[in-house]
Design a protein around this ligand. Sequence first.
Ligand code: MEV
Length: 318
Amino acid sequence: MHTSSAPGAAFLLGEHAVVYGEPALLCAVERRATASVELIERERDLIKAENLDLSGFTASYSHGETDLTGDAGESLSYVTTALDAARNYLDSEQRFRVEVSSDIPIGGGLGSSAAVTVATLHAVFNAVSYKIEREELADLSNGVEVEVQGGNASPSDTYTSTMGGVTYIEPGSGVNEIDAEEIELSIGYDGGDAPTGEMVAMVDRRRKNVPEVQSTIETIGDLVDRGLDAVRSGDIEELGTAMNINQGLLEAIGVGGGSLARMTWAARDAGAVGSKLTGAGGEGCVVAVPDSPEIRSCMSLEGEYAFSSCQAEGVRSE
Ligand code: MEV
């Protein structure tokens, strides 16, 4: 078996706005998805997953048709679409046995689906002994997300999961790895998840109907550039200020949520200089700076659990 793992990703600043051409700033986090792949001589791919949702699943897959045991949620489509993308890229009919696991909260705003996709593709290319450049792997993974999410997926999560560290996403001009000072994060999880595609579509409708939502999105873009200077110079207070304003603006465009707001304030009351939701919003995770046991324990009282993270390494062979 060829095994690869890829990290989750937290938005320090800029989710949703990045879908409409604004920049975003992300940090890879120390929770990973793992994929093990071997080549098989069968008509169908065989896919098994554990820890991706409560029940796990096994599935066989061929040409868009899946036989499934268990509850796959959305995760299975990322794996099957990634396998088709790899076959297409390699111009091959090769079938694969794939085992996937993850300790990233599923659908919780930490790029769990991107990490599953990146780890799966990396392991597939290793299994067929094809050396793919990281940028190309990130592009291919983004294509998988765009297909599964119905057209609205920025390269933010897939690029950050591939490269690791801190990344600055500038739609249209490219994606950059940032030479950032060490960032320590407290991350709280409320136990819930929100469908990214639906949250993005909801913001899009509001943006088209309410001009102030569009101008709020542009203001989020300005905050990202302020945050970029802050992470480069290691100014956590300045980053925190930008995160707090970003949280207010995310609530204004309708992607806040009760448990996310409670964890955000629990973190600030415990000494965080910045805290905000990460990802699609509604439910999921809150990211706070700096990291401290008090911040984590206060967030977990309002949610399900909290953990600490600093910049994680990108996709790698295990
Ligand atoms: C989802 O993790 C982040 C969004 O900005 C969508 C995207 O960037 O594709 C909401």
